[in-house]
Design a protein around this ligand. Structure first.
Ligand SMILES: [Zn+2]
Length: 586
């Protein structure tokens, strides 16, 4: 008998599903900034107004209003029913759909998380028994406390330690495969992925172990081995050490992004906790989004050699679309042959912090690198530099920063700023993928004033940043009776009950509700990208305003009853209390 599919599983499924991939298999999509665009499969059109947002996990058509999550897309496009769509999506991701049988909900992700956690504890326990591994860790300057904090372990030599310990059934073996802990051979046999390696557990933002990095003890290849991409672990999303940094520090003013686990750990060992590492990939948009949610300043730290500078340049290119006023992006290059770990061991924490303080601002690094590529003493060279700067500048969102940088570059190449600006604009016009960005979209407008109502505004904010609803006081909404108030309250309660729920998760929950249609439109509304914009603060402000209005309404109502001499004793004291309260708050 098939039971209900647990809501928790569905939330997780759409969070982890790659909607761009699901849609992209059926509709031709082109990348446009953070999103993808294509011609809408649900209505007839020549110019693409169909957008897919991998960040938010949903699609939206600005032409016909069609929208939804990956599950919704499969239902609409492939004409599947809900259960088939969930099954099909889960299958394509290699996950089994659990069913709630009676009172006991089965959660297949929980089993995977649990397995990976147990493997982590197993590796930790193995470290204690292996002298060579302990020696290695000591030689790298890692003390017991640091090893414990980062959960460092050891995967013993041999082909089947993990397999023998955890792979006792067919089901268990499948789970080990899904977690990337074992590898299947052509003949159907399996063996351990990590053998004779120091193990670094990689934790997600909630502290759950989702994968591992393993480093060899001797000089073998590959020196570093990561868990493969799994349902739990996506390299392009995760940052090593970010969870530990947030645990260690009350507030983080800046984050240093380094290249390896040993750099994170080596620096932490010297008391520099505000460090995180990408996992063998260049920094992605998603990485930067996560980092900028934590603090406004990031410092990329690279080796000073050619490879280091090339990697830094890639980081710069990826960071350009993230530039806003108030955010700082800087670059540190360590002396040749040194990585952050060896540098801090040799020169100490003070010297490293000093290096951070003299880090190159992104603009300086950009100009420095461009100058290296051309002959700065010739007119041709300067013209070439303007050419090179063009595609870079066009990636930066409009704003003060872009203006200042353009002005500076114009100064360097000896052109009037307006001239350089017009060159850049020409480039933008030539590349339709840039000009088709937000400005071309019809902005959804509220009826009447053009100023969305407070409730509508609050719901929009909550949909864009479900996390911003965490600390709201729902009680304040008691007595708010405007249209949409119940929906707002339900949404707040949902995000508070499910702290990890995403935009797509919320949309999916409300898909078959009458309100679902409005939510899709609000989720697709553009929020201001201004540097001062703080969704959490604005949301709290909306709620406060609603509370004030509700109290005023209640007072009016009671006063009216009073004039009709229809006030009960209870209402009379309520009115007294309310009136006193409002005297203080104005
Ligand atoms: Zn459409």
């Amino acid at each position: 008998m098939s039971g209900l599919i647990p809501q928790h599983f569905i939330d997780d499924l759409i969070t982890r599903a790659d909607i761009a991939e699901v849609v992209g298999r059926r509709v031709q999509l082109k990348k446009a900034g953070k999103e993808f665009k294509g011609c809408c499969p649900f209505h007839d059109e020549k110019t693409p107004s169909f957008t897919v947002s991998p960040d938010k996990g949903f699609y939206h058509c600005f032409g016909c209003g069609a929208h939804g999550t990956a599950i919704g897309f499969l239902m609409e496009h492939d004409h599947m029913d809900f259960v088939d769509a969930v099954e099909s999506l889960a299958n394509s991701m290699g996950i089994e759909v659990p069913r709630e049988e009676g009172q006991r909900p089965a959660r297949s992700y929980d089993a995977l998380f649990e397995l990976v956690a147990r493997a982590g504890r197993y590796f930790e326990s193995q470290l204690k028994g292996n002298q060579a591994a302990i020696e290695y860790i000591k030689a790298r300057g890692i003390d017991g406390g640091t090893a414990k904090r980062f959960g460092i372990g050891y995967a013993p030599a041999g082909w089947s330690n993990v397999l023998d310990k955890f792979g006792t059934s067919r089901e268990a073996i499948d789970r080990l495969l899904a977690a990337g802990l074992i590898i299947r051979k052509d003949n159907g046999q399996h063996y351990d992925r990590f053998r004779d390696r120091i193990m670094f557990p990689i934790r997600d933002s909630r502290g759950r172990v989702i994968g591992f990095g393993g480093r060899v003890l001797a000089d073998e290849e590959p020196k570093y081995l990561n868990s493969p991409e799994t349902v739990l672990f996506h390299k392009g999303r995760e940052l090593y050490g970010l969870y530990e940094a947030r645990q260690a520090l009350r507030s983080i003013e800046r984050l240093v992004i380094v290249e390896g686990y040993m750099d994170v750990i080596g620096l932490a060992r010297h008391g520099i906790d505000f460090v995180t590492a990408t996992l063998g990939t260049a920094t992605t948009d998603e990485h930067l989004n996560r980092v900028f949610r934590v603090c406004e300043e990031i410092v990329f730290c690279f080796d000073g050699d050619r490879a280091g500078r090339a990697a830094a340049w890639r980081a710069l290119e990826n960071a350009l679309p993230q530039i806003r006023q108030g955010r700082q992006i800087r670059f540190v290059f360590l002396p040749d042959g040194q990585d952050p770990d060896s540098f801090v061991q040799e020169h100490g924490a003070g010297a490293f912090e000093e290096a951070l303080n003299t880090a190159l601002p992104l603009s300086d690094f950009l100009i420095e690198e461009l100058s290296r590529q051309v002959d700065m003493n010739s007119v041709d060279g300067l013209a070439r530099m303007a050419e090179l700067a063009r595609p870079l500048l066009s990636k930066i969102p409009a704003g003060v920063y872009k203006e200042l940088l353009t002005e500076r570059l114009a100064g360097v190449v000896g052109l009037p700023t307006e001239k350089l600006e017009s060159i850049i604009r020409k480039d933008v016009a030539r590349q339709p993928k840039h000009s088709s960005m937000p400005a071309a979209r019809p902005k959804p407008r509220a009826r009447g004033t053009g100023n969305p109502s407070i409730i509508r505004r609050a719901i929009t904010l909550l949909l864009h940043q479900p996390g911003a609803g965490q600390s709201l006081d729902v009680e304040k909404l008691v007595g708010v009776s405007k249209p949409g108030a119940d929906l707002l309250r339900d949404l707040i309660e949902t995000v508070q009950a499910e702290p990890t729920i995403t935009t797509a998760g919320l949309l999916e929950r409300w898909r078959s509700h009458e309100d679902g249609r409005h939510l899709g439109t609000l989720a697709a509304t553009e929020l201001p990208e201004s540097e001062e914009f703080d969704a959490g603060a604005e949301l709290a402000n909306c709620i406060a305003q609603l509370a004030v209005t509700a109290r005023k309404d209640r007072i009016d109502f009671l006063i009216e009853k009073q004039t009709l001499k229809d006030l009960s004793e209870l209402e009379r004291s309520e009115l007294r209390a309310l009136s006193q309260g409002s005297a203080f708050s104005g």
